[in-house]
Design a binder for this molecule. Structure first.
Ligand code: HEC
Ligand code: HEC
Ligand code: HEC
Ligand code: HEC
Ligand code: HEC
Ligand code: HEC
Ligand code: HEC
Ligand code: HEC
Length: 343
């Protein structure tokens, strides 16, 4: 060991001894008069919920810039050594621009980049987002039932709580050429051929924003085709996200109806042992008319059906189509029920 290193070692040992002496004498002092030091800054009850001096109340007459003077700009404690972030992970959201949609500090973007987690916000802003001890309410701006946790806040139309499917998608896109938007509207809100397709035919639907499998999984959104999409045994119905295609869905003609299992009085309508649809594979992002025009999902009439002109369908499928072949009752078309002869 050279003399330089020896010197360092000596100084280090001395420093350690001095530090230990100071440290222990201080703690002795603290055991003698226990609460003096703590009270010197914020007084008693800082951490006692319900106490008038509870720190959550301070913000009633101050703002965060006040706390940041000592607890550091990023709330990490700074010289005080008391980090707010340890207990309030999302407190760092409170920056200039938090309410400005064009600012990089906008709260919507913060939430997007933090797994869409609203639970920490709710710990201060109130369980129902109606405000806490000193945290303002979110509801003046987010007025849909449920406030920010309502189903149209992060996807769908922010002005209309009845439109919760994209557009807008979760990144605020509205083009139907993007698969996250795709053909939602024509299935749900502009469906002229059948009833609005419920979310549950294509997704597992959360009851609450924090339900497992909802915001906690990575994009793309899970698409699980079931119910109507898989009616009459269309069990291979599937969506392929990489190609953005749907295939083998009952709705788009993956059906086979068998003469032997038909009602005896309806068997006359079969020209073969079964009637089959056209079983289309479609691009979810192509909302062109031709894919959904009359005759695309099934022939007019379908294969295996006795021949009839389009102007005659109404004679046996009364209440479903009119004499010109227009659908007159959407609830009877693409509903998973064979509507013929008055049914
Ligand atoms: C040891 C944990 C802890 C630390 C550290 C802490 N807090 Fe809190 N704070 C709480 C708890 C617990 C509540 C009660 C509400 C809740 O359940 O989150 C609370 C409530 C609050 C509230 C009131 C929310 C309302 O009801 O409106 C504010 C504001 C707040 N804290 C700010 C701060 C700031 C600023 C710091 C840092 C200087 C800080 N807190 C440090 C635990 C902590
Ligand atoms: C003048 C500096 C200063 C300001 C301003 C300040 N603090 Fe503190 N705070 C401290 C120091 C130093 C400590 C650590 C020593 C102590 O606990 O007394 C502390 C501790 C705390 C603690 C932990 C107390 C405990 O017993 O563990 C909380 C919570 C807290 N501050 C909240 C706040 C909030 C909320 C604000 C803003 C309204 C704020 N402080 C503003 C200096 C400050
Ligand atoms: C530690 C408690 C606390 C947490 C956690 C918290 N906030 Fe706040 N928030 C406040 C307080 C207090 C204010 C009032 C502003 C101030 O005093 O500077 C505020 C202000 C706001 C504002 C401005 C409101 C207005 O009316 O101008 C928005 C927006 C906001 N918070 C969103 C959020 C979001 C989103 C989260 C979760 C990601 C969140 N906050 C987490 C306490 C909190
Ligand atoms: C805080 C933002 C937020 C709120 C509020 C929200 N969602 Fe979502 N939702 C998302 C995100 C992000 C995704 C994409 C999740 C993924 O990556 O799969 C999503 C996806 C979905 C999907 C597609 C299937 C899936 O889980 O991927 C459905 C259906 C859905 N949400 C329904 C709802 C309903 C119903 C509500 C109201 C109870 C709701 N959402 C509220 C953010 C939100
Ligand atoms: C001053 C008005 C205002 C306040 C207060 C406010 N918000 Fe927002 N928030 C908006 C606006 C504007 C948007 C962007 C448009 C939209 O999606 O509604 C938004 C967007 C959001 C989004 C969706 C992000 C996205 O792009 O899809 C969430 C989640 C959210 N806010 C949560 C909260 C929470 C939680 C609070 C309370 C802690 C809160 N907001 C308080 C105005 C506000
Ligand atoms: C006909 C089937 C179908 C129906 C019905 C449907 N979706 Fe979707 N949904 C999809 C497909 C396909 C995607 C795209 C998945 C991908 O990105 O590859 C998707 C994606 C989504 C996404 C993710 C958006 C994003 O930004 O990535 C959300 C959120 C969503 N759907 C919500 C809903 C809600 C809410 C409903 C009911 C109100 C609904 N969907 C009804 C098929 C459907
Ligand atoms: C998106 C696919 C699709 C398109 C496009 C379509 N159909 Fe259908 N259609 C079906 C399916 C699936 C059935 C099977 C029975 C059911 O579930 O309603 C059906 C059944 C029928 C029936 C039998 C009555 C019934 O509903 O059970 C008639 C008649 C009919 N369609 C006429 C038409 C006419 C006319 C058009 C054009 C205006 C048309 N369809 C366009 C999917 C389609
Ligand atoms: C002479 C009566 C008759 C005419 C005309 C007729 N159908 Fe049908 N069709 C039936 C009957 C009865 C069934 C039910 C078979 C069963 O129960 O399995 C049926 C079944 C169907 C089915 C499949 C099962 C269902 O009910 O959805 C489709 C699709 C269909 N017809 C479409 C048409 C179309 C399109 C036309 C006009 C181009 C048409 N039919 C004209 C009697 C007729």
């Amino acid at each position: 060991m050279n003399s330089k290193k020896m010197k360092y070692l000596f100084l280090t040992v001395i420093a350690a001894i001095i530090f230990t002496l100071i440290f222990f004498s201080c703690s002795e002092l603290e055991t003698d008069i226990p609460s003096l030091q703590k009270e010197s800054i914020h007084g008693e009850g800082v951490m006692i919920l319900g106490h008038p001096n509870f720190h959550g109340n301070y913000l009633k007459n101050a703002d965060f810039s006040n706390c940041q003077q000592c607890h550091a700009q990023d709330f990490n404690g700074g010289a005080t050594g008391v980090s707010c972030v340890n207990c309030h992970q999302s407190i760092t959201i409170h920056k200039t621009g938090i309410n400005n949609e064009s600012s990089p500090n906008f709260h919507g973007d913060f939430i997007r980049h933090h797994n869409w987690d609203l639970t920490d916000c709710a710990s201060c802003h109130g369980g129902a987002f109606g405000g806490g001890l000193s945290s303002p309410s979110c509801l003046p701006c987010h007025s849909s039932p449920g406030g920010p946790a309502s189903c149209n806040t992060c996807h769908g139309s922010t002005d209309n709580p009845n439109r919760i499917a994209p557009p807008l998608d979760i990144n605020n896109n509205s083009s139907t050429a993007i698969k996250s938007v795709g053909a939602h509207s024509v299935h749900l809100y502009e469906n002229t051929l059948g009833n609005s397709v419920p979310c549950s035919s294509c997704h597992t639907v959360p009851q609450q924003v924090n339900d497992p499998g909802h915001v906690d999984s990575d994009l793309p959104a899970e698409v699980i085709l079931k119910d109507l999409a898989a009616a009459f045994g269309a069990s291979n119905a599937a969506y392929d996200s990489s190609a953005a295609t749907c295939s083998n869905t009952y709705c788009h003609g993956s059906f086979q109806f068998f003469r032997d299992s038909a009602d005896a009085t309806n068997r006359f309508a079969y020209s073969s042992d079964k009637m089959t649809g056209n079983n289309q594979t479609l691009m979810w992002t192509n909302t062109d008319e031709f894919e959904i025009e009359c005759g695309s999902c099934h022939g007019l009439p379908p294969e295996g059906h006795i021949p009839a002109p389009i102007t005659a369908c109404y004679t046996c499928h009364q209440g479903v189509v009119d004499e010109n072949g227009n659908i007159i009752d959407k609830s009877k078309h693409i509903n998973g029920i064979k509507n013929a002869r008055g049914l």
